[in-house]
Structures are given as structure tokens and as C-alpha cells.
Design a protein around this ligand. Sequence first.
Ligand SMILES: Nc1ncnc2c1ncn2[C@@H]1O[C@H](COP(=O)(O)OP(=O)(O)OP(=O)(O)O)[C@@H](O)[C@H]1O
Ligand SMILES: [Mg+2]
Length: 310
Amino acid sequence: MTSAAIATSGLTKRFGHQVAVDSVDLLVPPGSVYGFLGPNGSGKTTTIRMLLGLVTPTAGSVEVLGRPMPGSVGSVLPRVGALVEGPAFHPYLSGRDNLARLDAADRTTDAGSAAARVDRALDRVGLLTAARKRYRAYSLGMRQRLAIAGALLRPRDLLVLDEPTNGLDPQGTREVRSLVASLNDDGTTVLVSSHLLSEVEQMCTHLGIMHLGRLVAQDTAARVRARSEPEATVDTDQPEVAATIMRELGLSAVSATAVAATGRLGEVAPEKVVAACVHAGVPVLGFRVGSPSLEDVFVSLTGEGFHVGD
Ligand SMILES: Nc1ncnc2c1ncn2[C@@H]1O[C@H](COP(=O)(O)OP(=O)(O)OP(=O)(O)O)[C@@H](O)[C@H]1O
Ligand SMILES: [Mg+2]
């Protein structure tokens, strides 16, 4: 059996009385792109900090690349590229010089090829032309790109990216997405946190959903999506009658607007809805079956809306 890229057991962090991370069992399969989702304050960054040995857990255990953390930080961290909130770059140095300093701090790399390594990383995030600019003159998006470049200075077995598209424009967001895909193609496992559902939906093979410090769902992206039961919608000028018929047939979460009735099908065959309406003399002006978006699944799991990015 190939061991997990990341596995936590009962991982918990309390700040005073507040439980920021509550008994989380994370399982990130090797080779996956794992979307770590949740609203603001749900405990994503705190969890990620514990994975990287930056914060000591109150309880529970962490294994990264098969090694216990924080016990094995020395051997594990060189294999992990990380982007966590608030990277410490020097404001008066250029982007290139900042990366060179970061690269020099990694004693496992060859100093002779440092310049090439730095420029390759800058190039991958599209910062080569702005490489000589001082960090303090960088825009938020440029700072974010530089932090990603820092995680790419050497080949990694695991990339941990906390909200990597924060502050990026749509083009930058697309670039991060394709960067993640190409790194994953090369065999790098990626954990990417986000509250922007639309981004994660496109790039992830697996999803973990945090809510109030708890991991409320963890599965393949396909299976999380399958949790969203198909809904049937009848367009009619008698929506209340149609809604009653739907309830009688056994549909759940039935609702009516002025022009339509909608309900979750569950085990009910869609054609039965049409037949029952027609039989009852309700004019069926239109009929649709569709699955709620992943966002709707989130809403039902967390009771909160997610901001879906532009
Ligand atoms: N150092 C700290 N001291 C006290 N409370 C903290 C600390 N760090 C985080 N918290 C609290 O823990 C909870 C989880 O915070 P965390 O930053 O992990 O959430 P998040 O999911 O990353 O949110 P966001 O989407 O806003 O980045 C929050 O209520 C936060 O206020
Ligand atoms: Mg965070």
C-alpha cells in the first residue's frame, strides 16, 4: 500500500477556549490534487500550519510523506513546497534577490545552479520581467506569485498552497490552476486551500470541507458532487398544485415560485412527476432535471453560502 501524502488523526488546536481545529482526520492520497475548502475562520490555515510544523497541535497526530510531524521537519520540509499566509519577504530587495535568499537557505541544493533555479521559478509564475523590482513595489498578485515561486525552487513531492489565488486577477488564477495541473502531472501531490469553490471544482481530484473547525466531508470530488441529488422542476401556471403532487410522490425539499415547482427527486423517477401532474390536470409548460451545483452541496453541509469567485 502506498502511504498517504498527508494523514492526520484527531488533529486538534485550541486557542484559549476556542477550538479552531476539532479532531480532524485528513487523508490526502498520493498523486491527488486535494481541495481544502471552507468558509473564513473554519480552520484551514491553522490545520495547514500544523501540517508544516509551524503550530503545535493541542491533540492528535500528523504524518506528512509518511513521517511524523513536527518530529521529522528536517527531512520532510525540503520535499514540501509551501505557501502559507504572510510570507516573510524583504521589502527592499527585488523579487529575484528575495528568491535567491530563500534558495540559499536550503542547504540541500547546489549553489552553482542557484541563479538558474531562481530564474526558472520566476519564469514559471510569470515574474521574470518584474524580477528586478523591489518587493515593496509589488502588487498583491505579484507578491502571491513570488510566494508560489518560492515553493517551486526545487522539485517537490508535495505542495501545500494556502489560498494561492488570493489577490490574483482572473488570468493569474488561470495560470495557478494550470501550474497546479502541470506539477501534478509531474507527480507532485497538491493540497490547495480555498474558499473560492469555482476554482477548486476545476482543479481537484479530492475535496475536504471544513466547517467550524471540523472536517464535515472528505471524498473524491466526483463523489462529493454525487451527494447533490438531482432536482426536478415543473414550469406551470399552477405551481402550488404541482408542489403538492411532488410532495405526495415523495420528493423532498419541494418549493414553489410563481411559475414553477422544484423538488429533490430521491428515488422517484422523473417521468412520474410529469405523468402525475398531467393526470391531475396541471399544465406542464416545461420540465427539467438537473443536479445542484457543488456550491449547493457546500451550503447544505455548512449551512453557509460560499463566495464563488469571478
Ligand atoms: N494565533 C491565533 N490565536 C487565536 N486564535 C486564532 C489564531 N489563529 C487562528 N485563530 C482562530 O482560529 C479560527 C480558525 O482560523 P484559520 O485562520 O485557521 O481559518 P481559515 O479557515 O484559514 O480562514 P480564512 O478563510 O479566513 O483564511 C479563527 O476563529 C481564528 O480567529
Ligand atoms: Mg486561512
